[in-house]
Design a protein around this ligand. Structure first.
Ligand code: ZN
Length: 490
């Protein structure tokens, strides 16, 4: 056996164990009995210890030094193993265990504080989490800014400076567009009826299949927060329902199908290897966003969806396809990120990106966070949160130590903008197909150009190889401008 073979075999087993851990996580969010939580925490901690030991096993260092890749795939596999090994061995085991312990407790405390709208109850824990994450970033940064070391976990190669430059370029166009829309005369009417849950779930399964989700290698369950989990032959999604708002269910499903279809499309030769997963959080989000927004919320597709909804629910009081497209694409400022429209969403992210960098650098104290959040929100959205659950306590991310994660959502939107422009260039009759509920020309293009490659290339290379152009925020801005100018007759 060569060092490359040894490395590949050992890593395959580590990844398989990681998949088992992921499935325990899926189970916990969907079907696990409520009373099982303490035992599950112990099971997960035991598996986590095994995984950490394998990721820092000294054999990996010896094999990495001796391994000789014989293909592009093996070169990429070595790149990924080396990145994981170097990072894991730089973080002292005691610190890694402390982060796992504190963040698992913090998540429960955050949920309680959010339910009680009591920021002060959570502040000491948040301070503790930030302190530990800063310590971890210091261990791996090697002279780089700490925030860049945090970004590495989610978007390898991205830096705070490059993201800040991209967001600065994006911001004025978004602000100008939302001001034009909000100044327009007519807002679309609200839905005035209710939509039975079982019918929503049946139609949402049809939508998942329409977008190419393979139910022979996946399943759809209900969860409080929709997510996708798994890889290769077992990629599951969850959705949720709201009887007053069927779009919550439909577009959560299409979004998660974007994530899941990406994993399902990766070259089977990469199964259970380090390149058998999506290239980064940003690239992953580009798939969920383009499925959800550029395709699923396009007026061509919503015209088809209107017909399907009338068939499923009967007449629900929407006069025509144009009104329906405006309802699906309603633009309005609101406190909650996960409910935001395509334009405001990015402003939510920029706020979090700026505040979390200030928390990490020490320029902003945890005690001052609620005030800083509310001031910034009021400046950007023209509304002031009246309680922490509408403000800085709304998201789970910081409680579980996910600093550097938020910007990948907007990066995903920017990548989706680039991919959509290239897709429209290459596939001329896209709207004619979408108007028939046929997403195949679009999803086949995405599979061929991007999805099948998994993590063979770095995130930016993955996008640029698919589009044939440099990554830029410009296509996203033109897409939004064109779409919403037409919808709102600006
Ligand atoms: Zn997503």
């Amino acid at each position: 056996m060569s060092a490359m073979d040894d490395l590949a075999a050992f890593t395959r087993e580590t990844i398989a164990l990681g998949e088992v851990m992921g499935r325990l996580g899926w189970d916990q969010e969907t079907v696990m009995p409520r009373g099982a939580a303490p035992q599950r925490a112990e099971e997960m901690a035991a598996l986590e210890a095994v995984l950490h030991a394998r990721k820092t096993d000294p054999c990996l260092g010896e094999w990495l030094a001796a391994a000789e890749p014989a293909s592009d795939a093996e070169t990429a596999i070595l790149r990924e193993i080396r990145r994981s090994y170097e990072r894991a061995t730089k973080v002292p085991a005691k610190l890694a265990a402390e982060i796992a312990r504190v963040t698992s407790r913090a998540q429960g405390l955050w949920a309680e504080a959010r339910a009680a709208d009591d920021f002060a109850a959570f502040a000491p824990t948040l301070e503790e989490v930030i302190g530990l994450k800063v310590e971890e970033a210091s261990a791996v940064a090697e002279g780089r800014p700490l925030y860049d070391a945090m970004l590495d976990d989610f978007e390898p190669g991205a830096t705070a400076a490059s993201l800040a430059a991209m967001f600065d370029a994006l911001r004025p166009g978004l602000v100008a567009l939302k001001d034009r829309i909000l100044g327009a005369e007519e807002a679309p009417p609200p839905l005035s009826t209710t939509f039975p849950e079982d019918v929503q779930l049946a139609l949402s399964t049809d939508l998942a299949c329409a977008f190419g989700y393979d139910l022979a290698h996946g399943r759809i369950d209900k969860a409080v927060h929709p997510f996708s989990s798994g890889s290769g032959l077992d990629v599951r999604i969850t959705t949720r329902t709201d009887e007053a708002d069927p779009f919550n269910c439909f577009y959560s499903t299409i979004h998660e199908v974007g994530h899941a279809a990406y994993e399902q499309a990766i070259d089977p030769a990469y199964l259970l290897t380090p390149i058998g997963r999506g290239a980064s959080m940003g690239v992953h989000e580009s798939q969920s966003r383009i499925y959800e927004n550029q395709l699923g919320r396009s007026p061509a597709f919503t015209g088809w969806l209107l017909g399907r909804m009338r068939g499923a629910f009967g007449d629900f009081g929407v006069a025509d396809a144009e009104t329906f497209a405006r309802i699906v694409n309603r633009v309005a400022p609101g406190f909650i990120r996960t409910e935001a429209d395509e334009i405001h969403y990015n402003l939510h992210i920029m706020l979090r990106f700026d505040l979390e960098r200030a928390l990490v650098s020490g320029d902003l104290s945890v005690a001052d966070l609620p005030g800083a959040w509310d001031d910034r929100f009021e400046a950007d959205f023209g509304l002031r949160p009246s309680r922490p659950s509408e403000g800085c306590l709304q998201d789970v991310h910081w409680s579980v130590g996910l600093f550097g994660y938020f910007p990948t959502y907007s990066l995903g939107n920017v990548y989706a903008g680039c991919l959509h422009a290239a897709l429209r260039r290459d596939v001329s009759d896209l709207d004619a197909a979408l108007a028939q509920g046929d997403t195949a020309p679009a999803t086949a293009w995405l599979r061929e150009k991007l999805q099948r490659h998994g993590s063979l290339r770095t995130p930016v290379e993955t996008i640029e190889m698919a589009t044939g152009a440099a990554v830029s925020e410009a296509p996203l801005l033109s897409y939004l401008d064109e779409k919403f100018s037409a919808l709102y007759r600006l």
